[in-house]
Each structure stands twice: as structure tokens, then as C-alpha cells.
Design a protein around this ligand. Structure first.
Ligand code: SF4
Length: 235
């Protein structure tokens, strides 16, 4: 039985690659990677590729992603020989509109994320013991995330191997390895989710990197992660 807190402390001093290697060795086929193909996810998938391992990869295909995101997904699936499953919600976008009204992301974004992301991920992760995320401590509201923790929502171990890297380190890695990334990042979108006027907007200079998410709503996370939110950066 692993003591998660102690192991997380040990992982603090290790490189992301060493953390990934440890996770693969420890959890084997019970380990899954969950990514939305943002820069941290791209770097994570490439590190796993370089380690010569192919864990199951899940991405949440809400049916509302940007064309640029779908293109990147296809490109990386081929480039890195991913074992990728596009996890879809039970309801199509049209069926959701019929049942809950049009633009649920405007009227009730938490419900929309629950239906299109949170519940489908729970179903996908059944049978897995641990999952890898792309959370980083330099992202707004995420300063306190551990490398390894117990995920009470999904009742699995959660790993954030690049928690200690900042955005510039991620981009240095991506450029050094000439990896593809979402074109929208070059057009002012640091964080990319669904392609609706509410859920993903470009940010202005000086705004935080998640300021374009769920604009005009108090919401700032999709609900996959239970975080101790502290926007002033303290823990
Ligand atoms: S990001 Fe927006 S459209 Fe996508 S699932 Fe969440 S609320 Fe719905």
C-alpha cells in the first residue's frame, strides 16, 4: 500500500520524466492519461513516447471543441502512436439542447460541464487505479496542487507530473522537440476548452491565463478537479 503523501514528497525532487516512469512502473495498465491537448498535455505525451511506453490516453470530446483542437488531436495521435480514446457524453449537443434548452453553457455551465465532461470521465476511468493530469502550480488557482494525491471525486490516485514546471518551461520543451501545438495559442488563447462564446475567449495582455474561460460566470474550473482554490497564489 502506497502512502500517497510520503510518495508525493519523494516525487517533488524528481523530473517529470522520472515521475512518469515511476507511475508507469507502479500502476502499469491501471494508469490512464487524461488530456485536452494543451501544452502541458503535449509535453506529457511526448515524454511518455520518449520513455517508450503507451498508456491509455483519454480526451473528453464534448462535441464542441475547436477545429484546431481536433486537428491537433489527430496529428499527435499519429505522431506519438497514441492509444487514444475520444470520450463522448451520453447526449449529443442536439439532444442536450432538446432536453435542457439551447446553450446550456450560458444558462448553467456547471451542469453542462457535468454532462459533457465530469460524468463521461468517471465512466472512462472505471477500472483504472490512477490518472495523469496536466495541472501546474503556476496556473491561476492551482498553486497548491500536489504531485500525487487521492482524488476524492473519482476515488483514484491523481498525478500531476509537471506541477513544478511553469509555462515558459513547457514552451521551451515543445519548441526544443519541434512538437505541434494548438494554433489558437498564437492567437491569444492561453487556455482552450469548448468553442462557445462563453467557454473560451482570447485574453488581453496582463490578464491571467484562464481569464478567457467561462467569461461572465463565477466558474473557473470545469469540475474535473477538486482544488483548494486560492487565487492569491498562497497555499
Ligand atoms: S466547457 Fe462549456 S460547452 Fe464545454 S462542457 Fe463545459 S460548459 Fe459545456
Amino acid at each position: 500500500m502506497i502512502n500517497i503523501e510520503n510518495q508525493s514528497e519523494r516525487l517533488e525532487t524528481m523530473s517529470p520524466q522520472a515521475i512518469l516512469r515511476w507511475a508507469v512502473d507502479c500502476y502499469g495498465e491501471q494508469l490512464a492519461v487524461v488530456t485536452s491537448f494543451q501544452p502541458t498535455g503535449v509535453a506529457t505525451l511526448h515524454m511518455l513516447y520518449e520513455l517508450g511506453v503507451r498508456p491509455q490516453v483519454f480526451t473528453l470530446d464534448t462535441g464542441l471543441l475547436f477545429p484546431e483542437t481536433y486537428r491537433l488531436m489527430d496529428e499527435l495521435e499519429a505522431l506519438l502512436d497514441l492509444r487514444l480514446e475520444r470520450v463522448k457524453p451520453e447526449l449529443t449537443v442536439e439532444a442536450q439542447a432538446e432536453r435542457y434548452g439551447a446553450a446550456l453553457w450560458e444558462s448553467a455551465p456547471d451542469t453542462c460541464c457535468m454532462l459533457r465532461k465530469v460524468v463521461p470521465l468517471g465512466t472512462a476511468l472505471q477500472g483504472y487505479d490512477a490518472w495523469i493530469t496536466g495541472l501546474r502550480r503556476d496556473q491561476p488557482g492551482r498553486a497548491c496542487i500536489p504531485i500525487m494525491s487521492w482524488d476524492h471525486k473519482y476515488e483514484k490516485t491523481k498525478l500531476s507530473p509537471l506541477a513544478n514546471w511553469d509555462e515558459s518551461m513547457i514552451w521551451t520543451y515543445i519548441h526544443a522537440h519541434e512538437l505541434p501545438y494548438n494554433d489558437l495559442h498564437d492567437r491569444g488563447y492561453p487556455s482552450i476548452g469548448c468553442n462557445t462564446p462563453t467557454c473560451t475567449q482570447p485574453v488581453k495582455t496582463g490578464q491571467n491565463t484562464r481569464a478567457g474561460r467561462w467569461v461572465n460566470h463565477a466558474k473557473n474550473e470545469c469540475g474535473l478537479h477538486v482544488l483548494s482554490i486560492n487565487l492569491d497564489g498562497g497555499c
